[in-house]
Design a protein around this ligand. Sequence first.
Ligand code: BG6
Length: 465
Amino acid sequence: MQNQHHPFPEDFLWGVSTSAFQVEGGADEGGKGPATTDLGANRPGIADNKVAADHYHHWKEDVDLMAELGLKVYRMGFSWSRIMPDNSGNPNPEGLAFYDRLIDYLLEKGIQPFVTLYHFECPQTAVDAFGGWRSRRMVDAYLRYAEVCFTHFKGRVRLWATVNEQLIATAAGMLNGNHEPDPQKNLQNVYQMSYNVSLAEHKAISLLRQIDPEAKIGPVCAIQVVYPQSSRSEDVLAAENAEELMEFYLLDMSVYGSYPPYVASYLKSHGLYPHTEPEDAAALQASKPDFIGINYYFSLCVKAKTGPINYDQPPFWVSDAFDICENPYLEKTEWMDKGIDPAGLHIGMRKVYNRYRLPMIVTENGMAYSEAPGPDGKIHDVYRIDYLRRHIGQLEIMLDEGLPVFGYCPWSFVDVVSSHQGFAKRYGLVYVNRTDTDLMDCARIKKDSFTWYQQVIRHNGLWEQ
Ligand code: BG6
């Protein structure tokens, strides 16, 4: 087994990932305005994001831990409602000052900030005033926010992500304020929001080229690696349909500024094609991202559609083009109920590269588990080490194949509040001492995966163990 592993490229960006509304807390502090995610997540017994991992107060200690880990990059988010608390178009100086302190300290420690502008959270004032992403006014609001950020952080933030997981951002009413009860109207809203997000994304990329031509920018996509249940051609086509409808329609918009033919015809035939304006085509074609951010946790399995459409599932699965089914070949766990599938990362990223020919960075990949310190006060998360090792192993294969992968940011750095399942479900390399119902002291405890990942970074890759 000697020499099986080899070092990654010298400039490979080893990182970690978080998002603002899941890590920060400080929901009512520093002039932050109300956010969709402050109001939407209130469910009894499940933590909301008001305190989250309390990074707002632990940020310095967190950056010190990142430095100890040896990070090259920190994939973080800005809270839109912290920077733009209302609809006035004026930024909140205290919000910018918080990120000034954080970014300057990251840079002092030699860690490159990689900032996502929009990660599920947006100002509630925009939803109340004009319906958020359902309205084109949100495109202007996003652009103003982007302009403030690009100008203020020019030269300090050189890597930007436009939008995190547009698929989820537009589908989850809890995160975007769309609570339309009629299922068909809800789907129409989702596709209209998605179109508006794509338009905003292209306009923001064009804006960055003017404000800071040195900086790089790209979307973050939740890649959907979809297997057919069998080799029946109907199942194979269903898997193709699912990937087109859940992944490539978004990435084609981000990269080429147009829908794939199948998706355009599907939206038209189902009464879902969004409203467009004549001038949009030029804006959509005017820019192209520099890279694609890849989020990957698990793969999916589908079969040919039978029976009526089931509206009682996430909007992106509501379709007459495929049925979601179980993949019997994968190992499943409590929180990873679709199964653990490291090879899916390779399969998915190869497809993305073949279709778009852009450099890629893994912006999220991680293992959820319910954890608490053991009798020795430590967290021996061997399952997470195993998950990360197997996925990093796939990156080695991709690099050998010649795929341009330039970084890896596991989700998440510290335990964060899950997008919808509170603190019972943890992903962090660092434990945060709180539960769903008890804030305790939010102290940081390094898990075994922290020490293991530190070794990965020191070795610049996997090593013989
Ligand atoms: C991604 C998101 O969908 O997956 C994160 O970008 C999210 O924000 C992560 O937390 C894990 O999902 P969840 O639902 O387990 O928190």
